[in-house]
Design a protein. Structure first.
Length: 273
């Protein structure tokens, strides 16, 4: 009996630890670790914040309201930029929303939610963030139709601001237009600013149009440059409509441009928008 007690005193703790390890291993195998996970969760919960609610667990109405908030914030940012422009340039015009745009004439024309009752007249200049986008060609009491400068039949007299070389741009149904020069060897290079010409019959001079992207001096019959428009016409939502001192020059009839056609202008500068 003394020998057994002595052996137990020496090996009892070791035997108990071995048994505990074997029992724990058997329990983990039977529960596939669930017990350990629950114990870990119990200890870690006080130190872990509230779990982030995923889109799948959110209430559909809450998700809809959050999406509407993002859209309203985006629209508010655009309006603030346009209103800031008008405040810095008093009398520059009226802010108008784009309320209509046909997929068949996406690059040709847009409809604005402002009309005669808001003081808009045929020939008024339409600008976006960065430069001009077109010209009002038809008005009703509450809406206006705008002919865009990206229209393939649109031609506007322009000049290179740095060198004063002149030419005209024609739309390409994209956010880039082609500028054709009158000089055979124009002084132009990528990065030059292009604005409306003083010889333009439909727009006052100095209105920003775009930036020269590339130049082809070997183009026949006249050198050409690709100009990236300053305003992203492809995603217009709000514009500024301002009076045009040259609006009385060649006023368009209400029937014109409804099918994308243009009036014929013999102007040698090709200002035919």
């Amino acid at each position: 009996m003394y020998v057994v007690r002595r052996w137990w005193d020496r090996n009892g703790i070791r035997l108990g630890l071995v048994g505990l390890a074997l029992g724990s291993a058997w329990l983990i195998r039977q529960t596939q670790g669930a017990l350990i996970y629950e114990v870990y969760r119990g200890f870690s919960n006080p130190f872990v914040g509230r779990p982030v609610e995923t889109t799948a667990t959110k209430d559909p109405k809450v998700l809809e309201l959050e999406q509407q908030l993002v859209e309203l914030q985006s629209q508010n940012r655009q309006l603030q930029e346009l209103l800031g422009y008008i405040q810095q340039n008093p009398g520059k015009g009226t802010v108008a929303p784009v309320i209509g745009r046909s997929a068949d004439h996406w690059w040709q024309q847009v409809i604005l939610g402002r009309g005669e009752r808001d003081g808009i007249q045929v020939g008024a200049i339409v600008s976006g963030e960065g430069g001009i986008v077109g010209r009002v060609v038809q008005v009703t009491p509450h809406t206006s139709r705008v002919l865009l400068i990206s229209d393939p039949t649109s031609q506007i007299g322009v000049t290179v601001s740095r060198s004063r070389n002149m030419g005209y741009i024609r739309g390409q149904s994209a956010n880039r237009v082609i500028m054709e020069f009158f000089d055979k060897v124009p002084d132009v290079r990528p990065g030059d600013v292009v604005s409306t010409s003083s010889y333009s019959q439909l727009f006052p001079p100095g209105l920003p149009v775009g930036i020269v992207e590339s130049v082809n001096l070997n183009k026949s019959p006249a050198p050409e440059a690709v100009v990236e428009l300053s305003t992203p016409i492809s995603r217009l939502e709000w514009v500024v409509v301002s009076t045009n001192p040259k609006a009385g020059g060649t006023e368009l009839s209400p029937q014109e441009n409804l099918d994308g056609s243009q009036n014929s202008d013999p102007d040698p500068l090709g200002d035919n928008q």
